[in-house]
Each structure stands twice: as C-alpha cells, then as structure tokens.
Ligand binder design. Structure first.
Ligand SMILES: *[C@@H]1O[C@H](CO)[C@@H](O)[C@H](O)[C@H]1NC(C)=O
Ligand SMILES: *[C@@H]1O[C@H](CO)[C@@H](O)[C@H](O)[C@H]1NC(C)=O
Ligand SMILES: *[C@@H]1O[C@H](CO)[C@@H](O)[C@H](O)[C@H]1NC(C)=O
Ligand SMILES: *[C@@H]1O[C@H](CO)[C@@H](O)[C@H](O)[C@H]1NC(C)=O
Ligand SMILES: *[C@@H]1O[C@H](CO)[C@@H](O)[C@H](O)[C@H]1NC(C)=O
Ligand SMILES: *[C@@H]1O[C@H](CO)[C@@H](O)[C@H](O)[C@H]1NC(C)=O
Ligand SMILES: *[C@@H]1O[C@H](CO)[C@@H](O)[C@H](O)[C@H]1NC(C)=O
Ligand SMILES: *[C@@H]1O[C@H](CO)[C@@H](O)[C@H](O)[C@H]1NC(C)=O
Ligand SMILES: *[C@@H]1O[C@H](CO)[C@@H](O)[C@H](O)[C@H]1NC(C)=O
Ligand SMILES: CC(=O)N[C@H]1CO[C@H](CO)[C@@H](O)[C@@H]1O
Length: 614
C-alpha cells in the first residue's frame, strides 16, 4: 500500500515537472492565452476568429499587436471594451453581428493602425464611437447597413488615410461628417444610395487623392461638385445609369490625373468640364451612349496619354479629335460602331503604342491602311481588329495579311458624279424643281450642295438636299435663280457639277412683289445659313409664301371692315336714344360678412356706389 502511495506521488510530481518544462520550452514569455483562442506568440497575435464567441474574451495579453475576432457572434461593443491593449496595431471585427458600438468603445487603443468592421449590421455609428483612435490609418466599415454619417463621426482620426465605406445604404452624409480627416487620401463610397454628390462633406477632405463612387444614384454633376479637393488626383464615378449631365463647372477646382466616368448615360464627351484638366493623363468614358468624338475639342488636355471609350455607340471619330495631344499613346475604342478610324484624328500617329479597335464593323479601305501598315508595331492588346467589309476580306484579322497580298487591298475609289448631263431648268414661279447628283465611290462619298450665294444647303427648309443627294427647290422664286453646285467627296478625292435654275416671276403680281420679296429674304437667310446637321434649326414654313401674304392681307382687311361697321352701328344707336342715363347706381351686400358669419360683430350694412357712364 505504502509503496503504491509514494508511487502515485512520484507520478504527480513528474507530471508537474514535465508541464513546467513543457511551457518553458513552448514560448518565451509564456502568455496566458484566452480560452478558445489561438495565440501566436512569435508575431504577438491572438487569433480568436471563428470560435462562436458572443463577447470579447477576457485575458488578452497587454503586449498583443494583432487581435482577430472575425467571424464570431459579437452583437455589441461596450465602453472601453479594449482597454489595456495599448500596444494593439490591428483589430479585426469583421463578420460579426454588431449592431451597436458604444461611445468610447475603442478608447485606449492609441496605437491601433487598422480597424476592420466589415460585414456587420451597423446602421449608425454614434459620434464618439471612434474616439481615442488617434493613430488609425485604415478604417473599413464596408458592407454594413449604415444609413448616415453624422457630423463629427471621424473627428479624432487625424491620421486616417483610407476609409472604406462601400456597400452600405448611405442616403445622407452630413456636412461636417468628415471634419478632422485631414490626412485622408482615399475614400471609397461604392454601392451606396446617395443621389447627389455630398459636395459640402467632401470639401472637408483637403488631403484626399483618390475618390470612388460606383453604383450610386447620381443624375447630374452640378457646378462646383468637388470644391476644395485640390489634392484629388483620381476620380471615378461609374455605374450611375441615370447620370446624363455634367455641368460645365462641375469639376472646377480639381487637378486630376485620372478621370473615369463609365457606365453612365452621357450622350456626349463632356468637353467643357474637362477643359481645365491640363494634367489629365487617363480618361475613361466607357459604356456611355456617346456617338462621336468631335474635332479639336480635347486639345487642352495637353498631357493626355490614354483615352478609353469602350462599349459606347461611337459612329465617328472626327479628324483632329486628338489634335494637340503630343503624348497620346493609347486609344481603346473596342466594341463600338466605328466604320473607320482615320489617321488624321491623331496629332501624330507616331506616338501611338496601343490600339484597341476590335468589335467595330470596320470597312477595310484606304482609310485603314495606316493601321495595316503598323500592324506589327502596334500593340493590339491581344485583340487585333478585323475587317467587316469589303466582302473579299470580310472577317480577316489585320495581322493575318501578308505583304505580298497588300497591293489591291485596302483601296478606295475616288468620288465621282455619275450623270454629268447638263441640268438647266427654266420654270415659272411656284413650281418645284429637282436637280440630281448621283455619286459613286468607295467609301460612299458625302454629297453637299452649295447655293448661288455660296452657302451650304441644309436638309431642311424650302430649298433642301434629299437623303439621296437630290437638290429640291420647292415653290421656286425669282431670286432662287442662279448656279447651284454639287460636291461629292470621299477619302480618295472629290468631284463636282454645276446646275442652273432660271425662275420667271408673274408679271401681274407687281403690287405684291415688294412684300413677297421681303418675306423671302428672311426665309432664304434662315434656310441656307442653318448648320447642316442642326436639329435645333428653324422648321420649314408649312405654307407657301404667296398664300401667307394673301392670307395676312385679307385678314387685315376683314378686321378693318369689322371695326368700321361697329363704329357705324354705335353711332346710329347713340343717335336713336333720346335721353341717356349717365350714371348707374349699384347696391350690394358685402359678401364676407354674410357668408362667414363668425359672430365677430361685423356690421351687416348694405353697400352702395355710383358709377358714371361716359
Ligand atoms: C486564425 O484562425 C482561423 C481559424 O482557426 C484560421 O482560419 C486563420 O488562418 C487564422 N489566422 C491567422 C492569421 O493565423
Ligand atoms: C438602397 O438601394 C438598394 C438597391 O437599390 C435598395 O434595395 C435599398 O432598399 C436602398 N436602401 C435605402 C435605405 O434606401
Ligand atoms: C454652371 O456654371 C456655368 C458658368 O458659370 C453656367 O453657365 C451654367 O449655367 C451653370 N450650370 C448650372 C447647372 O448651374
Ligand atoms: C438615358 O438617357 C436617355 C435620353 O437621353 C433616356 O431616354 C434614358 O431613359 C436614360 N436612361 C436612364 C437609365 O436614365
Ligand atoms: C496638378 O497636378 C500635377 C501632377 O500631379 C502637379 O505637378 C501640379 O503641380 C498640380 N498643379 C496644381 C496647381 O496643383
Ligand atoms: C480596353 O478596354 C477593355 C474594356 O474596358 C479592357 O478590358 C482592356 O484592358 C482595355 N485595354 C487596354 C489596353 O487598356
Ligand atoms: C431622290 O429622291 C426623290 C424623292 O424621294 C426622288 O424624287 C428622286 O427621283 C430621287 N433621285 C434619284 C436620283 O434617285
Ligand atoms: C477637292 O480635291 C482637290 C484636290 O484633289 C482639293 O484641292 C480640293 O480642296 C477638294 N475640294 C473639296 C471640297 O474637298
Ligand atoms: C419684283 O421686284 C424685283 C426687285 O425688287 C424687281 O427686279 C422685279 O422686276 C419685280 N418684279 C415685278 C414683276 O414687278
Ligand atoms: C453634310 C453633312 O455633314 N451631312 C451629315 C449629316 O449627318 C449624317 C448622319 O447623321 C451624315 O451621314 C451626313 O454626312
């Protein structure tokens, strides 16, 4: 028995001894590790993630630098929840069920650099919740249910550099919410329910250099949207499908190097708002229904290097579109509706390095020859363009053409006017005359008509160019007479013909000649000097001039005669009455007193006044 007892004692001491030795060997210094957590002493980390915790565990060592409580069931953080962890650099509270953070919850974490609160259920952050976090550099509150940022929420966070607030239900950011964030460089507000730019709140972020808004409900960018953000370099606004207008002064005060306005509803390049961004290097207007890039309007963007307009509705890039841009090196216009891209759009095609032109119905004629010639030097980003027409090269990629087969391909046929038979028309006033100008060429030539006064004739008005190139002169007038000229031109050349029109006036209409002439002067001015493709131009008169003149004259005559008859009638009437009463007396009961009857003691006196008739 005795032997047995001593044996048990011996075993006990052995166990104690082994335990002490074991702990001493395992780590230095030996930390007490909170229950259910894993302590990585070498990196001073306490890992309590995914442990079904419902509260912050006790006993985390004061030297801990990183504490993870991610993926637990924490519902709220109380006051001074982490006191005693003054050495903590990184705190991860993401993927919990936090709905509430009390004021001063993080007090004492004066060395904390990173705080992650992503994927919780926060609806509101009380003012003062973040107090004491004077060293914090990164705060992530994305994927919560935050509705508003209140004034002074981030007041004591002067070191904060990056604020991630994407995927919340933010509908409002109070004007002084960002007060105190003097060093914030990056703000991310993707996927929130803002309907307008929180300009006033943003104006406190004088150190901001990157700002992102994605999937927001903006419909317009008003003037001065980003005032005082003069350090901002990168601005992204995307997936805002209602955004269709950018006011001329909306970006004033900014000095951007990169601007993205993609997946919006812009129907034109916002030339005026961009105008002052002389340091801009990167411009992305992809996925907007923009149909053309006009000539000479981007020349102020002196340092522009990259232009992206992918997936738009581009039909045309006008010659000179990128004129003045001497550093231009990348054009990305894939997936548009471009038939061609002429070399003359660039300032100098020599600087171009990358070209994405795939996904366009390209016509492989002489206008695209410059791309073909550079096909081995240009970087197509793995997606070389291919021909949609003409038939013999349809579907072929630019890189597949060999030198040997080039002659005879990528050619144009000069514009030519087919029917050159002289067209000389003599007609009487009021008739409609057509002049033909049938053209041929590859690419299909454009046709313009010029009047005897050398103005361009538009597609609307009394004298107009029909869609098939025919000139139509309706209700011909004497002063329409003269020589008209048709010009046909394409990339390979031009051609022209001249036609003549003689209109004889009516000899009998001399008395109305002056006024008709006056009307017509005004009219022809309007119809010939209009911009050719302007839709806002004056609409053509629905009437013939002559009809109008007659109608006006007759209307005036009948008005005069009615007035005269009236006067005559009144004269006889006044003569027939023997004695005329010159005054009329009218009695009345004041309406307010009778109707309201509030019992206020208003006298129910009947009124009376006398009118003198003249
Ligand atoms: C913390 O623990 C979780 C779960 O045990 C593990 O997935 C994760 O990798 C750990 N983190 C670190 C930094 O060790
Ligand atoms: C925010 O927008 C989303 C998606 O449009 C919507 O489901 C949600 O109800 C909105 N939240 C608020 C608070 O308006
Ligand atoms: C923006 O400012 C410009 C220039 O001052 C002005 O012409 C324009 O009307 C303003 N736009 C709006 C929407 O206020
Ligand atoms: C985009 O603008 C067009 C007119 O310019 C309008 O018809 C359309 O509804 C707008 N789309 C959206 C999503 O607002
Ligand atoms: C604008 O930004 C550029 C490039 O970041 C910088 O060199 C330039 O000094 C800035 N200009 C002003 C007026 O801030
Ligand atoms: C061109 O745009 C497409 C679509 O946005 C993008 O995937 C591609 O990387 C861009 N190419 C270059 C060279 O920037
Ligand atoms: C052009 O169109 C007009 C009206 O549609 C027609 O009268 C004319 O014959 C056409 N011209 C030619 C050359 O086809
Ligand atoms: C037509 O071509 C000639 C040279 O071939 C050129 O001098 C002239 O300016 C062109 N005219 C038009 C209207 O394009
Ligand atoms: C109509 O007026 C024009 C000039 O005003 C004149 O040359 C012409 O002879 C006049 N026609 C008739 C028919 O009086
Ligand atoms: C003369 C001229 O420029 N006409 C243009 C009017 O617009 C159409 C397309 O909208 C062009 O095809 C014409 O060339």
């Amino acid at each position: 028995m005795c032997v047995e007892v001593t044996d048990w004692r011996g075993v006990y001491w052995w166990v104690v001894l082994l335990w002490i030795v074991g702990v001493a060997a395992a780590g230095d210094p030996p930390w007490p590790c909170p229950q259910r957590c894993e302590c990585l002493h070498e990196i001073l980390m306490v890992n309590c993630s995914s442990r079904h915790l419902t509260s912050v565990p006790e006993g985390v060592h004061g030297n801990t630098k990183r504490l993870s409580l991610a993926n637990n069931r924490l519902k709220m953080l109380g006051r001074r929840q982490f006191s005693g962890l003054g050495q903590l650099r990184e705190l991860d509270l993401s993927d919990n069920m936090l709905t509430m953070i009390e004021v001063e919850a993080f007090l004492g974490l004066q060395n904390l650099l990173t705080l992650r609160l992503t994927r919780n259920r926060l609806k509101i952050i009380p003012v003062g919740a973040f107090s004491g976090l004077s060293s914090l550099r990164l705060l992530d509150v994305s994927e919560n249910e935050l509705l508003v940022f209140l004034d002074f929420t981030f007041r004591e966070m002067a070191s904060l550099q990056k604020l991630e607030a994407s995927e919340n239900d933010l509908v409002f950011i109070s004007n002084r919410a960002f007060n105190g964030l003097l060093n914030l460089q990056e703000l991310n507000l993707d996927r929130c329910n803002l309907t307008s730019v929180p300009s006033e709140a943003l104006s406190q972020l004088t150190g901001l250099s990157r700002l992102r808004f994605c999937r927001v409900g903006f419909t317009t960018l008003p003037n001065n949207s980003f005032r005082r953000l003069n350090r901002l370099r990168e601005l992204t606004i995307s997936h805002s499908p209602g955004l269709d207008s950018v006011a001329a002064n909306s970006l004033i005060g900014l000095n951007l190097t990169s601007l993205t306005l993609s997946y919006c509803n812009l129907s034109a390049v916002p030339y005026a708002p961009l105008h002052h961004l002389v340091y801009l290097r990167y411009l992305d207007l992809s996925y907007n229904p923009i149909t053309s890039i006009q000539s000479n309007l981007l020349g102020d963007l002196l340092r522009l290097q990259e232009f992206h307009l992918v997936g738009g509705s581009l039909l045309r890039v006008e010659p000179g579109a990128f004129r003045g841009l001497v550093h231009f090196r990348l054009l990305n216009v894939s997936s548009n509706r471009l038939l061609t891209l002429e070399e003359t759009i660039f300032h100098s095609v020599g600087t171009l390095e990358v070209l994405r032109l795939d996904g366009n119905p390209l016509a492989c004629d002489c206008r695209m020859l410059w791309v073909l010639r550079r096909r081995l030097r240009l970087d197509f980003d793995g997606q070389p363009p291919s021909c949609a027409s003409p038939v013999q090269v349809q579907g072929r990629k630019f890189q597949d053409f060999t030198e040997a087969e080039l002659p005879g391909l990528f050619t144009c046929r000069q514009a030519r006017i087919l029917n050159r038979k002289p067209q000389e028309v003599r007609t009487d006033e009021g008739h409609t005359v057509l002049f033909f100008c049938q053209v041929d060429g590859d690419p299909i030539p454009s046709v313009i008509w010029v009047s005897p006064q050398r103005t361009l004739i538009s597609t609307t008005g009394r004298i107009r160019v029909l869609p098939n190139g025919t000139l139509e002169v309706r209700y011909a007038q004497v002063q329409d007479s003269g020589y008209y000229r048709c010009f046909a031109s394409n990339a390979a050349g031009n051609d022209s013909i001249s036609v003549s029109l003689r209109v004889r006036g009516f000899p009998a209409s001399s008395s109305r000649n002056r006024s008709a002439h006056f009307f017509l002067e005004g009219w022809s001015l309007a119809s010939t000097q209009m911009p050719v493709n302007g839709s806002q131009g004056p609409q053509p008169f629905p009437f013939d001039v002559k009809t109008l003149v007659i109608a006006v004259t007759m209307g005036f005559l009948s008005f005069l005669s009615s007035v005269a008859i009236c006067f005559v009638f009144m004269f006889f009437w006044s003569q027939s009455k023997g004695q005329i009463k010159h005054t009329a007396t009218i009695d009345f009961v004041p309406r307010s007193a009778g109707a309201a009857s509030t019992g206020g003691g208003t006298s129910m006196e009947t009124g009376r006044f006398t009118m003198k008739l003249i």
